[in-house]
Design a protein around this ligand. Structure first.
Ligand SMILES: Nc1ncnc2c1ncn2[C@@H]1O[C@H](COP(=O)(O)OP(=O)(O)OP(=O)(O)O)[C@@H](O)[C@H]1O
Ligand SMILES: [Mg+2]
Length: 238
């Protein structure tokens, strides 16, 4: 379970997150909301890039007590709105950059990387340099990085942004299958509500830094406050 408790982040006078709480229990959960709602800020707090009031507890571990590099050793992985692929490294070397920082034998890591390449369908391009990858290949490589090393929590920030409908469907299938690989719980931010609906059992909706809905995705999407937020209409916040 990923338990967010009263997260509050201010940038000067702007309240980017305002006492946001939510406990995600689903294998794959979503965070949605209009531009500037606080979605990426939430992921930045969970990964330790930003400090926040409140707490983040994952399966009983208090993540706020761990420095960012300790969180990745613990099993946190994330992708960013812009992929973090090193252009001068091959696809496989990009995965080794993650694995090299983890414990375990070289043979275990090699097997783990082979699994990640196979799962994402990029084994055939494993020797291509990052610079030669197209957008979809970069996204798959990013996903492969996230599943390297037996992760516990994977956060994907707009993984389908800029992809075609077909590519989004393929990526969605892969994200939905991540829980079958191991113990990782997955959090996904995306503006593609169809994708969120397909792969996320639970969804948190943010608007102006506030939680306006949380729960089973279908119920959340039917909530008038959520519909109003997407239309930019002022509503009473609970
Ligand atoms: N480092 C920062 N300094 C100042 N303001 C920031 C900073 N990071 C984010 N913000 C502001 O905080 C608010 C929340 O930003 P955030 O990036 O979390 O939004 P988001 O929901 O991810 O939006 P998008 O869908 O556009 O990616 C926005 O108003 C943004 O301008
Ligand atoms: Mg964002």
């Amino acid at each position: 379970m990923i338990a967010l408790e009263s997260l509050t982040v201010r940038f000067g006078g702007l309240v980017a997150l305002d006492t946001v709480s939510a406990s995600f229990t689903a294998p794959v959960s979503g965070i949605i909301g209009p531009n500037g709602a606080g979605k990426t800020t939430t992921m930045n707090v969970i990964s330790g890039f930003l400090t926040s009031a409140g707490s983040v507890t994952v399966d009983g571990t208090d993540l706020m007590r761990l420095a960012p590099h300790q969180r990745s050793r613990w099993g946190l992985r994330r992708s960013f709105q812009r992929e973090q692929i090193a252009d001068d490294l091959t696809v496989e070397e990009n995965l080794w950059a993650i694995a090299d920082n983890l414990s375990g034998s070289r043979a275990e890591k090699r097997a783990n990387i082979a699994t990640a390449l196979e799962f994402t369908g990029i084994t055939a391009i494993r020797t291509k340099p990052g610079a030669a990858l197209n957008t979809f290949e970069r996204r798959l490589c990013d996903l492969a990085r996230c599943i390297t090393g037996d992760p516990r929590l994977i956060m994907l920030d707009e993984p389908a942004g800029g992809l075609t409908v077909e590519e989004t469907a393929r990526l969605g299938g892969l994200i939905g299958a991540i829980p079958g690989l191991g113990r990782a719980q997955v959090l996904v931010i995306d503006h593609d509500v169809d994708l969120i609906q397909r792969i996320c059992a639970e969804t948190l909706v943010l608007d102006f830094g506030r939680r306006i809905a949380f729960g089973p995705t279908a119920a959340v999407l039917a909530d008038p406050a959520v519909k109003a937020a997407y239309l930019g209409i002022e509503v009473e916040h609970a």
